[in-house]
Design a protein around this ligand. Sequence first.
Ligand SMILES: Nc1nc2c(c(=O)[nH]1)N[C@H]1C(S)=C(S)[C@@H](COP(=O)(O)O)O[C@H]1N2
Ligand SMILES: [Mo]
Length: 423
Amino acid sequence: MAEANDRRRFLKEGAALAGLGLGAASFASGQTFGTGLPEAHPKDLTLYGEPSRFVNTVRGRDPNSHGPFVHGPNALTPLQDSIGIITPAPLHFVSSHGNVPPDIDPREHRLMIHGMVNRPLVFTLEELKRLPFVSRIYFIECSANKSAASKKTVQETHGKTACSEWTGVRLSLLLKEAGVQQGASWLVAEGAEASQYTRSLPLAKAMEDVLVAYGQNGEPVRPHQGYPLRLLVPGWKAANDVKWLRRIKVVTEPYLHQQEITDYVDVRPDTGGNLRAARSRWINFEQGPKSVITSPSGGQQLPSRGFYMITGLAWSGGGAIRRVEVSTDGGRTWKDAQLEDPVLRIAHTRFSFPWKWSGEEAVLQSRCTDDLGQVQPTLAEFARFWGAASEQVLSGSASGVGHVTFIQPWKVTREGGVHNALA
Ligand SMILES: Nc1nc2c(c(=O)[nH]1)N[C@H]1C(S)=C(S)[C@@H](COP(=O)(O)O)O[C@H]1N2
Ligand SMILES: [Mo]
């Protein structure tokens, strides 16, 4: 019953949490408030609501899917149909290493915080929801989000990113409550699925802005996105955002769990490819600046000459997007696009650019600059940085290449067809 004791202790001692001034009595009753958590029940689709029967925007199959399903466990955000900056939860890409999301009963689920802490803690979902919360709009992007010559649509080239309003408790609050011990500098976070997905995370980042999220766009995080709890590590590769989060262990060094050294590892050139010696340095965490035109984009067809509002998305793990430029002549000339409000740190930013199609061949592309002054690279710059040939990068055969962020060109033919100009 150590678990129950720890929890009671948290609720009593934690009542004074960060000077909230909540009396211990309000936590001590052990009763739920409101209606509590409902039983599982089938959905009434009329009461929940559906899109129009004329709208058929769905996630796409990931050609490199680890699993057998069409719409999961690996699926791509339909960016070509995206409007604004928020990705509806049912259209959010899915990258999962098990075959199905675990079917978690929220009443049974626990989050344990242990390891190098003074007070190991165990939380139920209800207890977490009683704590101070924040809502933040953040993009997430799988570092396997790679354009390539073989890909046709923006869903295929860029569909492993999405942007949501995430609501939850700051991880720093929970860690302070647990009392992190001297000498601790890393966390190991574990998911509740059978294969126990595990990632190591520097403690400094956890104390800065990491969320333990239970809400996504105004409703509970969806099962494919980690119901009932996931980590949200702003601006870093989404592989860190452990879904179905059940355990955080405070430790002294990264664990280099088997999954961490085989998947999503970008070996930085300055480590000489030596993983063990390089330790944390080789984990290339922050997502660089990236943008893409979502319309017109590959696979679309322009119905006639004349006016089009070119639009797309830009994002960076380094902060807010400062500037997006668009070229309609294959990169010879660039003009500033309009950034549409809201322009938020570490969020998708919508841009627009008025364009008149003359009926001639055109190549459309965007490039962005972030808060840190980082500019999205061309394919040639990207390849040079990683010491690979552009052709290898495009065919996906280059090894040791980092997260793909290079500029994506779309070619418009005289017939109005739009194609991947990298092909
Ligand atoms: N427990 C668990 N968490 C996980 C994963 C997983 O397989 N299991 N996949 C990771 C990877 S590789 C990515 S890119 C993101 C994807 O989040 P999403 O499926 O909500 O888009 O979740 C991360 N968190
Ligand atoms: Mo991923």
